[in-house]
Design a protein around this ligand. Structure first.
Ligand code: G
Ligand code: G
Ligand code: MN
Ligand code: NA
Length: 254
């Protein structure tokens, strides 16, 4: 309960910040997108990781207004990076199931895009596999409306949920994000390597893009390149960084 009170205050005082982690095309090395990841910095204290507070935001429903803020801020910062020289870069925003059930996510997305003057095709929404498996009518309608706007849908933590793949043929998914659990085990056990290869083949057959998460080594990258994986994300490239640092890098590279 104390944490809830603190989080309500944080919302009013704007004690949240977004950090951005690059998603890289493994063949060209170019940055195609940034995943926005929320951080909480209570006044005068250390940065707190999302595992400590996102569940509380969800349980209390505070996540709905936090997500509205994240959407606007992410779209604005994406425009800023485009202006700094990353002309067609996208931004990827995590949207929790609660925001689909308890708010008008489609209006929130439209408002954020208009506010930032960001083309819808430069916004990716990350949803968890669990949301899609529930097969809820309202969620399905919202996903199709978002797709009609031009927004892309990515499935986070792909492969860690249930075994049903049926939703892939019914729902408007554009991108599968292979959980870092699988990428971390590439190499040592050939069965895990086979599994990732099969996920990549499935995605290719279905015309979906893939982002491999948690890429930390050159060997993992080389394997993903050899299988024509379309996106890579992880500490090999960069952790999530504040926007000012990213903008400085982008400008220095030009
Ligand atoms: O950044 P790491 O930074 O520790 O993020 C851990 C997890 O926290 C993410 O995989 C994601 O599930 C969740 N998370 C991070 N940022 C957000 C956010 O902006 N919204 C939601 N709903 N979840 C987030
Ligand atoms: O949305 P999701 O749960 O996938 O959030 C990504 C999380 O993974 C964030 O907490 C981020 O800090 C973390 N992360 C990103 N890249 C790496 C990596 O290469 N290795 C590890 N161990 N964690 C990573
Ligand atoms: Mn994510
Ligand atoms: Na993930």
């Amino acid at each position: 309960l104390r944490l809830e009170t603190e989080l309500r205050q944080a919302l009013g005082q704007r004690d949240f910040e977004l950090h951005f982690q690059p998603i890289v095309d493994p063949l060209s090395g170019r940055i195609t997108s940034f995943e926005a990841l929320i951080r909480w910095r209570p006044a005068g204290q250390e940065l707190r990781p999302p595992s400590e507070f996102v569940p509380v935001l969800e349980d209390t429903g505070l996540i709905v207004s936090v997500t509205r803020w994240i959407l606007k801020e992410s779209c604005l910062q994406c425009r800023r990076l485009q202006a700094a020289g990353l002309h067609d870069v996208s931004v990827t925003v995590n949207v929790s199931p609660r925001s689909f059930y308890q708010s008008d996510i489609v209006s929130a997305v439209k408002r954020a895009l208009q506010f930032a003057r960001l083309p819808a095709t430069n916004l990716v929404l990350e949803v968890t596999e669990g949301l899609l498996l529930e097969d809820n009518r309202a969620v399905r309608d919202a996903l199709w409306e978002l797709r009609a706007l031009g927004v892309h849908i990515a499935i986070d933590d792909f492969g860690t949920g249930y075994s049903s793949l049926a939703y892939l043929t019914r729902l408007p998914a554009d991108i599968l994000k292979i959980d870092r659990e699988f990428i971390g085990r590439l190499g040592p056990d050939p069965r895990d390597t086979t599994l990732v290869a099969a996920m990549l083949a499935l995605a290719q057959e279905m015309g979906l893009r893939v982002v491999a998460e948690g890429v930390e080594t050159i060997d993992q990258l080389a394997f993903l390149q050899s299988r024509y994986c379309t996106g890579t994300q992880g500490f090999l490239f960069s952790a999530a960084l504040p926007i000012d640092q990213i903008e400085a890098h982008v400008k220095a590279d030009r």
